[in-house]
Every structure is written in structure tokens, then in C-alpha cells.
Design a protein around this ligand. Structure first.
Ligand code: GAR
Length: 194
């Protein structure tokens, strides 16, 4: 059984889906939610699902030496870190300690529409403004550079000229719900090349 920590900053629809996917199985369990925003709805979802959650201040999360965070991950013997709408950059000490064991989902087809400031609805607005005919999801490993790590999986959805950013968000969220837990599971099982 592998131990997962999910890092999230927002609504937590992906966090909830991942927790429920692994609940009751013998592959992995979500041991902890780390949240950078004390008002995030993900904290309510975590409480309802009985998963411990810790809010960490920006200092803890962005420091070069994130001792409090590292201690928490060690205490829960965390094997994998899953980013699910997490808005802080991961400290270099963590990407080094967990190389190949941090996975992120990005709501667009990287390498397009990635990088600093590209999150949530901002991504979908940029996709619509560019007149893209396709968007989708990218599930990738996390290294020290934003949205740069090895791509593990992508799925596409067609767009129409009438789609608003909110329409694109709904299409992308459907893909996230369909694929993210399954790709994490396959990666943990060693079925996805690293
Ligand atoms: C998701 O769409 C995720 O792909 C995106 O934030 C949303 C979080 O939703 N992540 C990024 O934009 C990262 N750059 P959720 O809190 O409901 O899971």
C-alpha cells in the first residue's frame, strides 16, 4: 500500500475523486491534504471524507528548506505527492526529495498554455482567446520548473467557436474526473514509463 499526500488550493473536485477512487482498495490511500488556502472548499471535502488536512502558510511552502512540510510528509510516510489545483510553486528541496514521485494535472494541452499564472479559468480564457479548436488535460511529473516535467498522459476535447471559458472548463473537468485517478493508479503500479 502506497501513501499519497494531495496538495490542493481550491474547490477540491479532483482531490475528492482521487480519495474516493482509492478508498477501500489495496493500492494506495490518501493520508493527508496539504492546502495553501485556509478558505478553500477542499478543506470541507477533506473533513467530510475523513482525510486529515493541514493548511500551510506561504512561508512553509515556498521556503528553500520547508522543514515543517517535510516533517509532515515523513510522519505519514508519504510515497507520492499529487498536485490537484495547487497554486504554490513546489520548493526545490521537495522536487529533489520526491523526484519522479510528484504528479500534477494541468487543464490544457502542454506545452501550450502553461507556465506561471496559467491556472484554472486563466488557462481557459487564454485557450478561447487564441481560437483553439482543441483543449484537454496534461498529467505530468513535476520538476523544479513550472509545467515542465515529463508528460505521462494527455486527453483532448474538441472546442467550438461558441465555447466560453466556462464551457471549456466544464469539458476539461469532465476529462479530469475520468482520467486523473486512473493514471495515478497506473503510474503507482509501474505501468506508465517513468
Ligand atoms: C483543475 O482544473 C486543475 O487542472 C487546475 O485547477 C483545477 C482545480 O480544480 N490546475 C491548474 O490550473 C494547475 N496549473 P479542483 O480544485 O476542483 O480539483
Amino acid at each position: 500500500m502506497k501513501n499519497i499526500a494531495i496538495f490542493a488550493s481550491g474547490s477540491g473536485s479532483n482531490a475528492q475523486n482521487i480519495i474516493q477512487h482509492f478508498n477501500g482498495g489495496n493500492i494506495a490511500q490518501v493520508k493527508h491534504i496539504i492546502c495553501s488556502n485556509p478558505k478553500a472548499y477542499v478543506l470541507e471535502r477533506a473533513a467530510a471524507l475523513g482525510v486529515p488536512a493541514t493548511v500551510m502558510g506561504k512561508g512553509d511552502l515556498t521556503s528553500d528548506t520547508p522543514y515543517a512540510l517535510m516533517q509532515l510528509l515523513e510522519a505519514d510516510a508519504i510515497d507520492y505527492i499529487i498536485l490537484a489545483g495547487y497554486l504554490q510553486k513546489i520548493p526545490a528541496a521537495l522536487t529533489a526529495a520526491y523526484a519522479g514521485r510528484i504528479i500534477n494535472i494541468h487543464p490544457a494541452l502542454l506545452p501550450k498554455f502553461g507556465g506561471k499564472g496559467m491556472y484554472g479559468i486563466h488557462v481557459h480564457r487564454a485557450v478561447v482567446a487564441a481560437g483553439e479548436k482543441l483543449s484537454g488535460i496534461t498529467i505530468h511529473l513535476v520538476d523544479a520548473i513550472y509545467d515542465n516535467g515529463k508528460i505521462l498522459f494527455q486527453a483532448q476535447c474538441p472546442l467550438t467557436p461558441l465555447d466560453t471559458p466556462e464551457d471549456v472548463a466544464a469539458k476539461v473537468q469532465a476529462l479530469e474526473q475520468q482520467h486523473y485517478p486512473a493514471v495515478i493508479e497506473q503510474y503507482i503500479k509501474g505501468n506508465v514509463s517513468r
